[in-house]
Design a protein around this ligand. Structure first.
Ligand code: SF4
Ligand code: FES
Length: 247
């Protein structure tokens, strides 16, 4: 395939930034999108030009690092991570726009790399459970209903990629926050902090300058882990319960 990558280049947080075209020949339909960025970077390095900065780690769809906006869609045309997106999803001759996540709470560090520490601070504000000291509890001493365990596991599959924020017209991180609240709030071990957790995490969400949720649903439509919109209803129920009980 012959394609042209039109990539957002920005030297640093203060730089204005601009789109730059990079034509590439010989792209295999079996390459992942990140492999194409690797090929581009090899070419740029050999030409003594600055390679494109982009985040990645596992390249298996589990670390959540590789988020970029491709042709205006978070992670591109498939509901998956950028590392799991393959060039067979594009056509020969395509011009493909590649940009960083766009959100006030995710400032651009360089090129396609954004600072997602705001997510870390939301987790730090309430994403933990009390763990009593002493000997380890007996296995199966705390029974968990199968349906709760399954729902908690589903919520725990959130990889913190930030696609939900990038896709939301309000740049809201409510799907991410709701996944964390739901994951811990469904398990017996998460009950002692449950009421305080939801208030603290939502407060931190707002403090980080993420927007409010207005039930548009773009977040769930792009989430590579299929976290459903109902997760936000779950957060709202917990939040109302917590605020009305005055905890
Ligand atoms: S909810 Fe989905 S889109 Fe949002 S951070 Fe988690 S995995 Fe990514
Ligand atoms: S590099 Fe880890 S999810 Fe893509």
């Amino acid at each position: 395939m012959r394609i042209t990558l039109r990539v957002w280049r920005q030297k640093g947080p203060e730089d204005e930034g601009k789109m730059v075209d990079y034509p590439l020949d010989d792209v295999s339909p079996d390459m992942s999108f990140l492999e194409v960025l690797d090929v581009l970077n090899e070419k740029l390095t050999l030409q003594d030009e600055e390679p494109v900065a982009f985040d990645h780690d596992c390249r298996e769809g589990i670390c959540g690092m590789c988020g970029v906006v491709i042709n205006g869609q978070a992670h591109g045309p498939e509901q998956t991570t950028t590392c799991q997106l393959h060039m067979r999803s594009f056509s020969d001759g395509d011009v493909i726009d590649v940009e960083p996540w766009r959100a006030k709470a995710f400032p651009v560090v360089k090129d396609l790399v954004v600072d997602r520490e705001a997510f870390d601070r939301i987790i730090q504000s309430g994403g933990y459970v009390s763990a009593p000291t002493g000997t380890a509890p007996d296995a199966h001493a705390t029974p968990v209903p199968k349906s709760d365990a399954d729902a908690a596991f589903d919520a725990a599959t959130c990889i913190g990629c930030g696609a939900c924020v990038a896709a939301c017209p309000n740049a809201s991180a409510m799907l991410f926050t709701a996944a964390k609240v739901t994951h811990l709030g469904l398990l017996p071990q998460g009950q002692p902090e449950r009421a305080a957790r939801v208030v603290s995490m939502v407060d931190q969400h707002d403090e980080e300058d993420f927007g409010g949720c207005t039930n548009i649903g773009e977040c769930a439509a792009v989430c590579p882990k299929g976290i459903p919109l109902e997760t936000i209803s779950n957060l709202n129920r917990d939040l109302l319960g917590s605020l009305s009980s005055g905890r």
